[in-house]
Design a protein around this ligand. Structure first.
Ligand code: SIN
Ligand code: MN
Length: 238
């Protein structure tokens, strides 16, 4: 009997995966399959260019000396624990790449699509969507065994939403609360092409990536292994 017959696709689909946009917490929306495979492949191509420098993909070193397992390249502003700088002073001192215009447009569409897909019309969330102008992106690469502990994105001076895009292997995304690193939280599977937006009451929620699921990258996404995650943010810096 062939492997396909032994392991039919529907049996290996994790039950937790949502096919429809879902409000995970107030202000936090998961939109499965938001990027087409063509868009994913194109972004993977850009990722290859970004990692050529001037600042290479690097694992940030946390205060205390521990190195993150995720490697990052930044656009617009360089993030290092725990601040934004124009030059990568913790890597090679070189200036960070510009934040591309196409990504501003993509971020705007992401916020508008995410909130409208779940019928959010509350002004505090919908207004920023009109002129959402991200100026920093952290582009993370998760290689074998990479994970990210529970943390808040709080080095920005703006409360505008964070836009997250995933390409490559699926992962478990743990989306928690604004008070503690622990429960209550919701575990969401993020797959290649998925969009996740968190703003409004969820903007400063703790979140993390307990694990990436090896071997789950779709053949047409442009990545054969590993996971790319792009988070766009509005720094509020000038
Ligand atoms: C992050 O919180 O910066 C990354 C989230 C993710 O990889 O999906
Ligand atoms: Mn984060």
């Amino acid at each position: 009997m062939s492997e396909d017959a032994l392991f039919p696709l529907e049996l290996v689909q994790p039950e937790a995966y949502d096919a429809e946009p879902r409000l995970i917490a107030p202000g936090a929306v998961h939109v499965p399959g938001w990027l087409t495979s063509e868009q994913q492949r194109w972004i993977v191509g850009r990722f290859g260019e970004w990692t050529q420098g001037p600042v290479p993909l690097r694992a940030a070193t946390l205060p205390g000396g521990r190195r993150m397992s995720v490697r990052t390249v930044c656009l617009g502003w360089h993030w290092q624990p725990y601040k934004y700088t124009r030059e990568a002073t913790d890597v090679n001192g070189r200036p960070v790449l510009d934040f591309p215009d196409w990504m501003v447009r993509l971020g705007r569409k992401a916020v508008a699509d995410a909130y409208s897909s779940v019928g959010v019309v509350d002004g505090t969330l919908a207004d920023p969507a009109e002129d959402y102008t991200p100026d920093a992106a952290l582009v993370n690469f998760y290689d074998d065994g990479a994970a990210m502990g529970m943390h808040q994105d709080k080095d920005e001076r703006s409360t505008a939403p964070v836009v997250s895009l995933s390409i490559g292997e699926s992962c478990l995304f743990r989306f928690g609360n604004t008070e503690t690193r622990t429960k209550p939280y919701t575990d969401v599977e993020l797959r290649s092409g998925d969009l996740f937006v968190f703003g409004g009451p969820s903007r400063f929620a703790y979140h993390g990536i307990p694990k990436v699921l090896p071997g789950t990258a779709p053949t047409d996404c442009g990545l054969t292994h590993g996971r790319i995650n792009i988070t766009m943010r509005v720094t509020g810096l000038s």
